[in-house]
Design a protein around this ligand. Structure first.
Ligand SMILES: Cc1cc2nc3c(=O)[nH]c(=O)nc-3n(C[C@H](O)[C@H](O)[C@H](O)COP(=O)(O)OP(=O)(O)OC[C@H]3O[C@@H](n4cnc5c(N)ncnc54)[C@H](O)[C@@H]3O)c2cc1C
Length: 379
């Protein structure tokens, strides 16, 4: 970084998806932006690597292009548990599966093009309300954005600590050289955790195994825990080495303190089971850009709450099924018998239907079930 850049409009700490998207959004609003990250691009991370349709729309709004030959569209979600399978398809939109490094490269390219000053390999170890130390240099800024992930230093410095967090789980990601057999993201359920399978190219899938910290899942567990998936993968070759990371849902009371705002996992996260972490970060970035343009971070605080509401609710609901075999089997059984309900839930999950529409469907299904039970009862 040049010595002359000792003052700027916005300093962003962290150049993962959230930080880069925020940097692009702020530049598109005409602000002078410096971004610092401890790592060097392309930054990789254990992830299910599925971007939901709202995330795809946000990427488009930010002008980020994902190369078609390094990604794969998916059109819905399928849950599988032993012999039960239930699936829902998106309506007229699609998600995109892609390696994290592909997403990172695309975001970096767009940030460069937009004129963001990028400082890689420079950890931020100190900051105050108006100044950030990037490497050896102090930079004064009108706004400081913490996009530094789950264990955010900016969050600690700003006194915006977590108000709530779920039970942490552990994820392991592996890329396998095999042509995707479906245009859906598949989630295989077991008592000990889940396997998420996302197509990430025409000849490659990403398998993310997520389970409890006491007994983290490994690829060698797949044939035993998820036999149908094991069959599919018996001849598949790993495309690179596996990568692990913790996943957890966290919630903060506030994501703004004075001129400091948090974004992405630093600002509260949703368990990997939702597949929403990237999408919420990209949507938050657009809301943050709008709030900066209005000179009012309270707008961002309100938008952030709205963006997180549904994913946080879905995380809680889905985690209820984790480790509760009877509840999971009966829930999947009901969804398999009422596929429209699953599609509605999926639409609400990705913001394409209102929670009220889901409640109406749920009430109809419950009413029908009660009626059928009453009619089936002997005189
Ligand atoms: C197993 C697993 C599966 C997942 N699957 C999905 C999925 O399928 N779809 C989905 O949408 N989401 C998924 N997620 C969630 C998603 O990965 C996260 O929500 C997303 O990475 C958040 O991005 P971020 O930019 O906020 O944080 P990060 O990606 O963690 O980036 C933070 C950045 O900050 C930098 N940094 C940290 N501290 C400093 C510092 N002091 N100075 C400078 N730089 C610093 C780091 O180097 C890093 O580059 C999954 C997560 C896990 C763990």
């Amino acid at each position: 970084m040049s010595e002359t850049r000792s003052e700027t409009d916005v300093v962003i700490v962290g150049g993962g998806p959230a930080g880069l998207a925020a940097a692009i959004a702020a530049r598109l609003r005409g602000f002078d932006v410096i971004l610092a990250d401890a790592a060097r691009p392309p930054v990789d991370k254990a992830c299910g690597e599925g971007l939901m349709p709202e995330g795809v729309a946000a990427l488009r709004e930010l002008g980020v292009r994902i190369p078609a030959h390094h990604s794969a569209a998916f059109h819905g979600i399928r849950f599988l548990d032993n012999d039960c399978a239930v699936e829902g398809r998106f309506d007229a939109v699609c998600g995109i599966g892609m390696r994290r490094t592909v997403l990172h490269r695309a975001l970096v390219q767009r940030a460069q093009q937009a004129g963001v000053a990028l400082c890689w390999g420079t950890p931020v170890r100190w900051l105050s309300a108006r100044e950030v130390r990037i490497g050896d240099q102090g930079v004064r800024a009108r706004w400081i954005i913490g996009a530094d992930g789950q264990n955010s230093r900016v969050r600690r410095c700003a006194g915006l600590e977590k108000a709530w967090r779920s039970r942490p789980r552990v994820g392991l990601r592996t890329h396998l050289q095999v042509a995707p057999w479906t245009d859906l993201v598949e989630v295989y359920w077991h008592q000990l955790g889940q396997a998420y399978v996302t197509p990430v190219a025409s000849d490659e899938i990403c398998v993310a195994l997520v389970g409890g910290r006491a007994a983290p899942l490994r690829m060698t567990d797949v044939p035993r825990l998820f036999p149908a998936l094991g069959d599919r993968l018996k001849d598949a070759q790993p495309a690179d080495s596996s990568k692990g990371a913790a996943t957890v849902s966290t919630r903060l009371r506030r994501v703004v303190s004075g001129s400091i705002a948090l974004i992405g996992d630093a600002s509260g996260s949703v368990d990997a089971i939702t597949g929403e972490g990237l999408s919420v970060a990209l949507r938050q970035a657009i809301a943050l850009g709008d709030a900066l343009a209005q000179g009012d971070l309270r707008r961002y605080q309100r938008a952030h709450r709205r963006i997180m509401r549904m994913p946080q609710m879905m995380a809680r609901l889905l985690l209820l099924l984790d480790g509760r075999e009877r509840l999971r089997r009966s829930t999947l059984g009901v969804l398999a018998a009422h596929p429209r309900l699953f599609s509605r839930l999926l639409a609400a999950h990705v913001g394409a239907a209102s929670p009220a529409a889901v409640l109406i469907d749920l009430a109809t299904v419950t009413g029908r079930t009660l009626l059928n039970a009453a009619m089936a009862r002997p005189e």
